[in-house]
Write a protein that binds this ligand. Structure first.
Ligand SMILES: Nc1ncnc2c1ncn2[C@@H]1O[C@H](COP(=O)(O)OP(=O)(O)OP(=O)(O)O)[C@@H](O)[C@H]1O
Ligand SMILES: [Mg+2]
Length: 518
């Protein structure tokens, strides 16, 4: 007896032969007969293969962005694959604690939803290349194929695919590992998919609960962040790009970087740590910023040190004046060099305002600085930096949070003295925290730590007093010196006037006596 598979393959080759004959003799048939044959051959092929295939490529669009649908399907299928597929690929996610399995290329699995059966297959096309490489080729094309019966077309395109995308996204949110990206100068630009960002898993423990600062200010920032993250419709309604700028300023060790980590943990965003000093020029800056993803915080630390952004315009003016005197060839060379090697304030501002606004939203940009007064006002005006947050020295409220974090205490009789000293002395939360670090598990240690802190505060207060005294002394000395100098200059001036008068008198006398003019 003929096997079922053999029968289908024979039928297939017969059909192919008929189609070939039809193509050859079609021109000799009358048009009505052509139509008739076309309609019936379609019906026959539909009857023999009533399935529809949909392909989901990994990369789509001109910029070859990774397709969201592909990722969602990958996540959706991961659960089903581990149950049904025979060959699986494994990946580690979430704090390196759990494994996610997905079906290997060439595998096919069946899924059933509301009584409708579909088939998913993972495929890849590898271009034939002469070169041998240990790494996967960047031109490899990966895709999923969904197969379903044509009678289920409406259900699949309407209900099922929406269900897959929704589920896939929910699984992704569950498995999501936040990332800390940095721009690394060493990487080459070859290949259309290459990126200048490299990343590690972001696992900073800071939260708003452990951040020592004024409670009211903290609540205000949290509210602002929530409003922003839920503001998609609002931003669309007012016609503004969905982005928000924060400027964090304050002395070193007051928690600016810690605040950024707390923000990322609070919103579940990735962090892009942009090191401007390694960015070659504005073009590279633009590319880096375009490559950042949604739901991310872009951080530029120590903006005043990263670049000569401050006062760039005045300096530029001076430079231009000098260049006026140069010969045309050196001037041109200088201009080229400048273009290649500069990230300018205007480049950065243009990007924040223009291009980036146009290329999608949900991004927060954070600048930090220790010297807010040095920044160009253009950089920090509202609209660019929407919120200015001062991170200040440690006072009682911040101290209470640190005491809870480090010593797990809410109150202690020494808090009163510490509070008074904190008001009188400027000590950063980083320095306070250093004194609260337990050296052993001893119960007595809490008090020892607090006493150490009191000593440190007293020392700092004494040092500040001495410094202030020294500054006052130097100021007085300077003033005294200035006064003395002014007096000497005054005396010298008087002396010279007197001598002039004397000389004039002698000259007048000579004229009178001899009638001689010198
Ligand atoms: N407000 C704070 N709350 C809790 N911990 C803090 C705070 N400020 C500083 N610290 C502690 O001090 C350390 C240094 O703080 P951080 O790096 O955030 O300071 P910074 O303001 O970014 O300093 P810099 O200006 O030097 O970059 C942190 O690891 C953290 O443990
Ligand atoms: Mg910092």
């Amino acid at each position: 007896m003929m096997m079922k598979g053999e029968m289908w393959s024979n039928l297939g080759s017969t059909m192919a032969a008929i189609m070939f004959m039809y193509a050859m003799f079609r021109q000799y048939l009358p048009p009505q007969l052509q139509d008739y044959i076309f309609r019936y051959s379609k019906k026959l092929s539909n009857f023999m293969y009533p399935y529809i295939h949909v392909t989901f490529d990994e990369f789509t669009g001109e910029r070859m962005k990774r397709s969201e649908a592909f990722s969602a399907i990958q996540n959706y299928l991961s659960g089903k694959s581990s149950a049904f597929a025979k060959r699986l690929k494994a990946d580690v996610v979430k704090d390196s604690q759990s494994l996610v399995l997905s079906m290997d290329y060439g595998e096919e699995i069946t899924d059933e939803f509301e009584g409708v059966k579909v088939w998913w297959a993972a495929r890849r096309n590898t271009p034939k290349t002469q070169q041998f490489s240990f790494y996967p080729s960047s031109d490899e094309k990966r895709y999923y194929v969904l197969k379903f019966h044509k009678r289920d077309r409406e259900f699949i395109t309407g209900t099922y695919l929406i269900h897959v995308l929704k589920q896939g996204k929910a699984i992704a949110a569950d498995n999501r590992q936040r990332k800390l990206y940095s721009n690394n100068p060493g990487q080459s630009w070859s290949g259309y998919r290459s990126t200048k960002w490299s990343h590690v898993v972001f696992e900073h423990p800071a939260t708003f609960d452990t951040l020592g600062m004024d409670a009211k200010k903290k609540e205000e920032i949290k509210k602002d962040l929530i409003k922003f993250s839920k503001g998609k419709e609002y931003y669309a309604k007012i016609g503004k790009a969905w982005k928000r700028g924060y400027l964090l300023y304050g002395p070193p060790g007051t928690g600016k970087s810690t605040m950024i980590a707390a923000m990322a943990n609070f919103l579940n965003y990735d962090i892009y740590d942009l090191e401007l000093t390694t960015v070659k020029n504005n073009i590279e800056l633009r590319r880096l910023l375009i490559e950042t993803s949604n739901k991310s915080i872009i951080v530029i630390e120590d903006i005043d040190c990263s670049l000569d952004l401050t006062g760039q315009r005045e300096k530029q003016k001076k430079k231009d004046e000098n260049e006026e005197e140069m010969d045309p060839i050196s001037k041109k060379a200088k201009e080229e060099e400048k273009k290649d090697s500069e990230v300018t304030l205007s480049g950065l501002l243009n990007f924040i305002d223009g291009l980036w606004s146009a290329c999608g939203g949900e991004r927060i940009i954070v600048f930090t600085t220790n010297h807010v007064e040095k920044l160009d006002p253009a950089l920090i005006r509202r609209g660019r930096m929407d919120k200015h947050i001062e991170m200040s020295y440690c006072r009682l409220e911040a101290f209470k949070v640190l005491a809870k974090n480090y010593l797990d205490i809410d109150w202690h009789p020494l808090f009163g003295e510490i509070s008074r000293l904190l008001e009188e002395t400027d000590m950063t939360p980083a320095d306070v925290a250093e004194n609260l670090m337990l050296k052993s598990d001893d119960d007595e240690e809490d008090e020892t730590c607090l006493k150490n802190l009191i000593e440190a505060l007293k020392d700092a207060k004494e040092e500040a007093r001495k410094k202030a005294e020294e500054e006052a002394r130097l100021k007085a000395e300077k003033e005294e010196k200035g006064k003395e100098q002014a007096e000497t200059e005054e005396k010298e001036k008087e002396q010279s006037v007197r001598e002039d008068v004397k000389e004039d008198a002698i000259a007048a006398k000579e004229v009178k006596e001899n009638g001689v003019i010198h």
